[in-house]
Design a protein around this ligand. Structure first.
Ligand code: AMP
Length: 222
């Protein structure tokens, strides 16, 4: 049994929350629940709500706290996540963290509160390069990075053999600047917030993917 089962990943955009969250989730035998992925799935449906969400994502702004709290707490309570989960990208503000805590105090959440806020620490100068190099297989969704995680054969997905790659619409230099500002203003205050609650642990997020996941392994002790 891992030392922690319900883990919130904190860190700026491009810090590796998605990559490390997926590795950690697989090793712990739980799912990674990504706030951004849930929102992008809604955008793909083409619904009115999806259109509203897309407008905010494309500007690098946060969607409403009510919406994301509802989506994420529903996922936290889903039967397949009963043994734990890794939350990537939620909460992203003090407002959301306080709303989550309120929900956690309801009977459905008994013994299901988050038990670790893991901050992946990466200095600003790494962020742009990490984000602008990201690509994704158009067919199966596997993530790559042109420099840090290239495909084994150039232009061919390691997982499914797909040959078409896409970038996230919000992975542009302009949107990254706005996402970083939102991170500093809205999300970074969660660091002292979780520190005060005794839930925060920091991990150095620089260096190769494997090195970071080994550091995380030491902390989580799965
Ligand atoms: P991510 O995939 O985590 O980089 O998130 C992409 C975008 O989705 C963000 O820039 C926001 O527009 C939106 N988003 C993701 N998570 C949240 C959240 N917890 N609260 C509000 N908006 C979010």
């Amino acid at each position: 049994m891992a030392k922690y089962n319900r883990i919130v990943l904190l860190g700026p955009p491009g810090s590796g929350k998605g990559t490390q969250g997926a590795i950690l989730a697989e090793r712990m035998g739980v799912r990674e629940i990504s706030a951004g992925e849930l929102l992008r799935a809604e955008v793909k449906t083409g619904s009115d709500l999806g259109k509203e969400i897309a407008a905010r994502i494309d500007n690098g702004q946060l969607v409403s706290a009510d919406l994301i709290v509802r989506l994420m707490t529903q996922a936290f309570l889903a039967p397949e996540n009963a043994n734990g989960y890794i939350s990537d990208g939620f909460p992203r503000s003090i407002e959301q963290a306080e709303m989550l805590e309120k929900v956690e105090n309801t009977p459905d959440f008994e013994n299901k509160k988050i038990d670790l806020a893991l901050l992946i620490d990466v200095p600003d100068e790494y962020i742009l390069e990490r984000i602008l190099g990201r690509t994704q297989c158009a067919k199966c969704g596997a993530f790559y990075h042109e420099k840090f995680k290239p495909t084994a054969i150039a232009g061919v997905c390691d997982v499914c053999g797909g040959k078409e790659f896409v970038k996230r619409a919000d992975d542009t230099e302009e949107t990254v600047v706005s996402r970083l500002r939102v991170y500093r203003e809205a999300t970074a205050p969660l660091i002292p917030y979780y520190e005060n609650k005794g839930l925060l642990v920091r991990v150095d997020g620089t260096g190769p993917i494997d090195a970071v996941s080994e550091r995380i392994k030491e902390i989580v002790k799965y």
